[in-house]
Design a protein around this ligand. Structure first.
Ligand code: TXA
Ligand code: MG
Length: 317
């Protein structure tokens, strides 16, 4: 079969070297992670960072997450503290992003963190992202690989669909296992969850042994996950619907729902992790099928269901 996306590359040592060479030349590439696919560039390079903002059409004041291989490398750019160490030990590499104080002598391009004196850092757990970071002598600025405010990609094909040839190389790492963006935790002053994800507030409290907050004052810290409209499929999304009809697309959860041409079950067996994995691909599919509206039933608001509901709420605005 002819490859209609010649910019999608399979995982191989040769292709990872190619990816490394792109990044060394300050070009940007698509990289799989366990949460969603990222649009990666050299975090030390203004050229690469600027390109990320341009291609994503991302507002300049919206900072990027910087991805590292390990704790040793992060120490050069961020001030770490005890809470960070506890959470790192328990969850990293994995789907958790930390907001920390940025070091004055950090080489991170100031534009990458929107000129803030803080920096968001993450240690991805996906084997390809890990291998790639190991090859590099710089960290990767890597937002989700989608146009600003639309749905995050969970496959190489999604990234290619979003950007076409504008991204010269996308590594195919299969479907992202989690399917929702990382949890963002702010450790700078008050400890706050800035974006819910697979690692929940409860999980974090268990490790830190103290109370933490969920950010409500969105003006204080600018976070893309906090933009009013975000994670949007581009058609209206209506939440908490109770009656299923044969008009519009319905996103449902659990086995009490019948099958139908307009019924899309996130998890027939009622598994919230599976539902998270299927959420964005289901919304993309519905959009492609030309439905004009998405109606969603109530999804249990526990564990990763909290993050699912957060994304659905923002998609519905
Ligand atoms: O799972 C993920 O985190 C994915 C993969 C690719 O790693 N990346 C991702 O990046 O979702 P992005 O750019 O789509 O979301 C970045 C989040 C936003 O909510 C942003 O506000 C927050 O991180 N952020 C970044 N730097 C920050 C900072 N200095 N202060 C506060 N929030 C920050
Ligand atoms: Mg994003």
């Amino acid at each position: 079969m002819k490859n209609i996306y010649p910019n999608i590359y399979q995982n191989s040592p040769r292709n990872l070297n190619k990816a490394k060479n792109f990044l060394k030349k300050n070009k940007i590439i698509g990289v799989p992670t366990e949460t969603v696919y990222g649009l990666a560039g050299n975090a030390y390079s203004y050229k690469a960072v600027k390109e990320i903002y341009n291609i994503k059409k991302r507002p300049k004041k919206n900072p990027l997450i910087i991805h590292y291989e390990n704790i040793e490398k992060v120490k050069k750019d961020a001030v770490i503290n005890k809470d960070f160490l506890k959470l790192y030990k328990k969850f990293c590499p994995g789907p958790l992003t930390f907001i920390l104080k940025k070091r004055k002598n950090s080489k991170i391009c100031p534009a990458a963190s929107a000129k803030l004196n803080t920096i968001a850092v993450r240690f991805p757990g996906h084997k390809i992202a890990k291998k790639l970071l190991k090859k590099l002598n710089f960290p990767l600025a890597m937002p989700s690989a989608n146009i600003s405010s639309s749905l995050s990609p969970i496959s190489a094909l999604d990234v290619a669909d979003e950007f076409g040839k504008k991204v010269g190389l996308i590594i195919d790492g299969g479907k992202s296992n989690i399917g929702l963006e990382s949890t963002v935790i702010n450790l700078v002053k008050n400890i706050e969850v800035a974006r819910p994800g697979a690692i929940t507030k409860k999980d974090i409290i268990k490790v830190l042994g103290k109370k933490i907050h969920t950010i409500k004052n969105y003006k204080k810290i600018y976070s893309p996950g906090m933009l009013k409209k975000h994670y949007s499929p581009g058609i209206p999304v209506i939440l908490n619907c109770k009656i299923i009809s044969n008009k519009d697309a319905f996103i449902v959860f659990g086995k009490k729902y019948k099958k139908g041409h307009n019924i899309f079950n996130l998890s027939y067996k009622g598994d919230l992790n599976q539902a998270a994995r299927n959420l964005y691909s289901t919304m993309r599919k519905i959009k492609k099928l030309n439905f004009k509206k998405i109606r969603v039933v109530k999804i249990p608001n526990k564990n990763i269901g909290i993050a699912i509901n957060d994304r659905l709420k923002r998609a519905s605005r």
